[in-house]
Ligand binder design. Sequence first.
Ligand code: MG
Length: 385
Amino acid sequence: MEKISVLGSTGSIGRNVLQVVEKLSHRFEIVGLAAGENWELFQKQVEKFKPQIVSLLRKEDAQRIQHWWKGSPMRVSFGPEGPEEVARFEENDVVVSAITGINGLRSTLAAVETGKKVALANKESMVVGGALIQQAARDSGAHIIPVDSEHSGIFQCLAHEKREYVKKVILTASGGPFFHTPFQKLKEKTLEETLQHPRWSMGEKVTIDSATMMNKGLELLEAAWLFGLQPEQLDVLIHPQSVVHSLVEMRDGSILAQLSSPDMKIPIQYALTYPDREKMWLPSLRLSQIKSLEFYDADVQKFPLLGLAQHALKEGGSVPVALNAANEIIVDFFRKRRIKFIQISPLVKEIVEKHPKRKVESFKDIFKIDREVREEARNLIEKRF
Ligand code: MG
């Protein structure tokens, strides 16, 4: 049996991971679960999977689970260090890193440092600390397998290819809920409309990021670090059907692509079983039913955060850290209805453009810059709105 710990088990990715593990119970076993504040769902997950180690964000919840599961040898921890303890659990063969945002950075690093297999769904840790995470993986021998559908697609296309054969990697984007919305109409868009993604069912943060196309911007940075690509080797193509998950153009003119139904269980299962492939219970993709696959260039005028991410990718240093921090805070204000959808992009842009670029040499630097930029973003909103 391969033993799995899931960091972020009550989120959208975490729930899908547990479904895959349940279907492949002949092969996988859950040994660790870490969640935030969704106590009710977490309780059900613990009951079903009987992990050996768990963590919750709040102390009260951790105590509650200890009391409720009395007499069990299950280790219970809490607080921001809780997921790190689960990540370092000695029984783990695979750690799924699926906590959203920079909050997932410490536990991703902890998992990578153990030298085990890490199924990476937390894209932000690669965005802000790609160089440091890759160095930690080289030191420990950890194998990082991407979970993000686009990156899983690229990973599969590159499996048997030498890196020097790659000319370009093209990430596909659904275009999000406002792909057909004229720019003028974006100012009317509400939080509810933003959360209606046409193809993918995902967590709120990534769904909002899809609507601004910031998600694709973050994914460009993620791809650069995962696959060791230069900024000019990366491109984005809008593909509303979300069937082609990414394309890799080889130097000889061939383009490889990975196709599947838009369901996160497919890349999740691949990351868990890699280098094997197990049978999937979902219905086969029927291209004759979909009929046409469309592709469009991305509109960086309408979605300036995509252009801003490309700028951050070229600049490097602390700029990606500032971009991610500014976006996390501004999106948070949008979720609290303090600002409108149309204000997200210009506010993030303003904060990133004001940010003086610095070197990032350690995780300490990342957290320091992250804190500063968050503070600035909060002050800006408090002053202006
Ligand atoms: Mg994605």
